[in-house]
Design a protein. Structure first.
Length: 260
């Protein structure tokens, strides 16, 4: 057993399973440069260890991941932020062993891209999700590369376009989650059962099987990644998105919102 603590990601290794815990609840585990760098490092270390069979990606606080760190993105440029998210999604998909997303709380925007990139995703039925970009004058461009290969087309047509909040049960039915047990304790048990099953598998078998299950997503990331980075950066730079961000910060409806 080994454990050490990084600034915003905690790493725990036990019996062939690496657990990476996003530990930046103050900003809802937003994808800051530090958090992304440390997740990359944790995934790389786990992939290089032949004794490791799987990686569990989980979190502290009520939010698994709220998406981009908008303060950092504003300082470093939106294109850089989009490239950072794309790189993280690629890393998860291309990590040769299974990655399990274990959510204990909600996910928004870029966080849903991570859930979809994971090979297995488990969250309690009352967990909430939202593709909130459309209500900010944006689109889920980067995360569409991992989300759309996972979910039902009708569900994408509704939730990408409305920005509505939906629960874990709906996320399971559309394919975003593998399982949505009734509560947090049941979700813990579900992850434990999956991990126990993976411990029985050969490293070679897992690596070669993951190549099969991620082939479509790897193709999509390779073929459309650059175009989605450009789209994301262009949308973030628009006046409509600027108004959406202002309205969000000021807790008011954006000027384009129509009253009933």
């Amino acid at each position: 057993m080994a454990e050490h603590t990084d600034d915003v990601v905690r790493v725990h290794i036990e019996d062939g399973i690496v657990t990476l815990t996003l530990d930046s609840p103050g900003n809802r585990n937003a994808l800051s440069a530090a958090l992304v760098e440390q997740v990359h490092a944790g995934l790389a270390r786990a992939a290089a260890d032949e004794t490791v069979r799987a990686i569990v990606l989980t979190h502290t606080g009520p939010t698994f991941c709220a998406g981009a760190d908008l303060k950092e993105a504003a300082q470093g440029g939106m294109r850089e932020g989009a490239e950072t998210l794309l790189g993280l999604l690629r890393r998860i998909v291309e990590t040769p062993i299974p990655v399990i997303a274990h959510l204990k709380g909600n996910a928004r925007a870029g966080g849903l891209g991570i859930v979809a990139a994971a090979d297995i995703a488990v969250a309690p039925a009352d967990t909430t999700f939202s593709f909130s970009e459309v209500r900010l004058g944006l689109a889920p461009a980067i995360i569409s590369l991992t989300v759309l290969p996972r979910i039902d087309e009708r569900a994408a047509g509704r939730y990408f376009l409305t920005g509505e909040t939906f629960d874990g049960a709906a996320a399971e039915s559309m394919g975003l989650l593998t399982e949505a047990p009734r509560d947090a304790a049941a979700a813990e048990n579900g992850v434990r059962e999956i991990v126990s099953a993976l411990r029985l598998c050969s490293r070679q078998g897992l690596v070669e099987s993951k190549k099969l299950t991620t082939a479509r997503m790897r193709d999509v990331l390779g073929q459309q990644g650059d175009a989605m980075v450009r789209l994301s950066a262009d949308l973030f730079a628009s006046e409509e998105a600027a108004e959406g961000m202002r309205a969000f910060r000021e807790r008011r409806p954006p000027r384009w919102a129509l009253s009933r």
